[in-house]
Design a protein around this ligand. Sequence first.
Ligand code: NAD
Length: 295
Amino acid sequence: MSQIAFIGLGHMGLPMARNLLKAGHHLKVFDLLPAAIDELAKEGAQPASSALDAIAQADVVISMLPASRHVEGLYLGADGLLNALKTGTLVLECSTIAPQVARNVHHAAQERGIELLDAPVSGGTAGAAAGTLTFMVGGAAKVLAKARPLFEAMGRNIFHAGPEGAGQVAKVCNNQVLAVQMIATAEAMAMGVANGLEPVVLAEIMRQSSGGNWTLEKYNPWPGVMENAPASKGYSGGFMAELMAKDLGLAQETAQASGNSTPMGALALQLYRLLLKQGKGKQDFSVVQQLFTEQ
Ligand code: NAD
């Protein structure tokens, strides 16, 4: 079994690390928040006092951080982990970040003989807990072959998207679709309920009709429609609106770089920025429902 350093134990990282522990791996874990480290230490992980401490004996490093700047801060620069890792270490960088930043980290890793994959995920916190995440992997196929058993301990579908950064490109495409679907579902739910329909009835009709989509299947934004959805828990847990706004910004940058027109993604970004201005950035991204129900 591998000696794994797991860095970033938030909504996603903590359940992912837990599944690696359950699969019998040795984990040394670090987060800026000590409570997350303590929680995993109770379940058998070794607590680390810093990222450098976490990687001291590691063959594998897995990181799950909020955004590009955190990943650059962790790996690059004089104090970055890439300068401290031994040659041949395998790094699985699972955060959702800018494709160009992922490529920069890849190139810095290659120069130091470190094997790295960009491997952002889809499936939400429920998928992370159940070990059913989708991994979208960018990097060399032979490195993915080596990493596959680790991904399989945390996920169900492991896709090789292409070379360095390709996992991140796939991820921003996917999250742009997710945001547009969430907004479309939220505005339709509000319209139907305002016109006298029961939310549960409307949700089920659309779920089984041509408007059916992932948000209607798994993540309805109307409170009370799905018992386990963040909407029914005061929009807590799940995927923060500020992270969705970040991903929509990455999608716009990606479109800009290739000269693509993405009007739906642009509008979705504007609506999420509005939510952030209303102070709802820390709530789950399905809180976009409130744009259509509250004055
Ligand atoms: P989160 O904010 O809950 O967790 C991030 C964790 O990283 C926090 O605990 C934070 O303390 C820690 N952290 C930040 N900088 C650090 C550093 N330098 N060293 C150690 N720890 C550090 O975010 P999350 O929801 O777990 O998301 C993580 C990533 O996964 C993001 O890029 C997000 O876009 C992506 N993602 C999230 C979901 C979801 O449903 N939440 C789904 C798919 C992808």
